[in-house]
Design a protein around this ligand. Structure first.
Ligand code: NAD
Ligand code: TYD
Length: 352
């Protein structure tokens, strides 16, 4: 068994599906609080799979987590659970501190108590893998080198500050208590089952609904983009081959400005689903007020995980974005399920 937290969210959900796609795979205990970002329909194909045990609960609930650990005796914990959206963290940072900082602390303490109780052999094999972000390193200038694992942390948003804090806790639990931890810092993900509050799914769905495509500021901010299945393969690789106590940067070598990303989505949609009026979807682009404290550029140097663990991404941005757009064209039921009342409230709050 492995214990996955946040496995009903975007990346965690993809990871669970991906993992259980392999018929030989160990089972997964999936602990998720089902916040607005958690979605059971992502996991619908696992309804009759006895290897998937879903538990609705909070990573900060020590009694629950300690119970699960005792009952299922997982060989690893993979912590995806988090509040993950920068814009929401600007409107309301408290949940970010509660889950990303306090929740991670409680999860570490539960893991430590369980790990300490294991017999020597199992203790040596146990891993706590913490999934984090490149945003902890702050913002790069155009001429700066991509983020390396040795860079100092300089988070700028409530989201990235809370993730940075959690990374520090994870590091300290290794150095102080010897808990065998691994940390991954990944760039922006995109792919199937992505909640449409983030740039790529928001733009795809707005375009299909003939709505404006909102670009913050001048659209020249740069992100590195990684197809979510490649992030999942990197996590599996770090779990199996990573060295306890180490951190690994994961990225796609795909630096793009936001405007380039949106224009690419528009031109793929123009060929896959042309508009009735013959115009390009790019006509829907609308520049809107910038995000406060908006980081200008993120870029990842993923050479450590490539060199030491032999991981590399399978998709380029062009192949990954086509797969992603096709997925959104093919999966109306999932989309209809997530674009509910609370989602509409968010769009109203953020974009009017
Ligand atoms: P998400 O917001 O889509 O999913 C988060 C999941 O965690 C949801 O299912 C939610 O219900 C659950 N959750 C939230 N609080 C919880 C709590 N207290 N207890 C248990 N479950 C809780 O996020 P995501 O995009 O899938 O990101 C997963 C992880 O990867 C996060 O830690 C995030 O910081 C990190 N990350 C994300 C990206 C990205 O581009 N999305 C990039 C790098 C790293
Ligand atoms: P997002 O998907 O929210 O990820 P993150 O903030 O974690 O990088 O945003 C990606 C980039 O797109 C970021 O620079 C903000 C920008 N953006 C827009 O221009 N318009 C939007 O409506 C959204 C949601 C994001």
């Amino acid at each position: 068994m492995i214990l996955v937290t946040g496995g009903a969210g975007f990346i965690g959900g993809n990871f669970v599906l991906n993992w259980l796609n392999n018929s030989q795979a160990e089972g997964i205990v999936n602990l998720d609080k089902l916040t607005y970002a958690g979605n059971m329909s992502t996991l619908a194909s696992l309804d009759n799979d006895p290897r998937h045990i879903f538990i609705r609960g909070d990573i900060g609930d020590r009694a629950l987590v300690e119970n699960l650990l005792q009952k299922y005796q997982p060989r690893a914990i993979i912590n995806f659970a988090a509040e993950s959206h920068v814009d929401r963290s600007i409107h309301g940072p408290a949940d970010f501190i509660e889950t990303n900082v306090v929740g991670t602390f409680n999860l570490l303490e539960s893991a430590r108590a369980f790990w300490a109780s294991l017999p020597v052999e199992k203790k040596a094999l146990f891993r706590f893998l913490h999934v984090s972000t490149d945003e902890v390193y702050g913002s790069l200038k155009a001429e700066d080198s991509p983020f390396r694992e040795s860079d100092v942390y300089a988070p700028n948003s409530p989201y990235s500050a809370s993730k940075a804090a959690s990374d520090h806790l994870v590091r300290a639990w290794f150095h102080t208590y010897g808990l065998p931890v691994l940390t991954t810092n990944c760039s922006n993900n995109y792919g199937a089952y992505h909640f449409p509050e983030k740039l790529i799914p928001l733009v795809i769905l707005n375009a299909l609904n003939q709505k404006p495509l909102p670009i913050y500021g001048d659209g020249q901010q740069i992100r590195d983009w990684l197809y979510v299945a490649d992030h999942c393969s990197a996590i599996r690789c770090v779990l199996e081959r990573g060295q306890a106590g180490e951190t690994y940067n994961i990225g796609g070598w795909n630096e793009k400005t936001n405007l380039e990303v949106v224009n690419t989505i528009c031109s793929v949609l123009d060929s896959l689903r042309p508009r009735n009026d013959g115009q390009s979807y790019a006509e829907l682009i609308m520049f809107v007020k910038d995000r406060p404290g908006h980081d200008r550029r993120y870029a990842i140097d993923a050479s450590k995980v490539e060199r030491e663990l032999g991981w590399c991404p399978a998709e380029t941005f062009d192949t990954g974005i086509r797969k992603t757009i096709q997925w959104y064209l093919d999966n109306h039921d999932w989309i209809d399920g997530v674009v509910s009342g609370s989602y509409r409230d968010w769009v109203q709050k953020q974009y009017t």
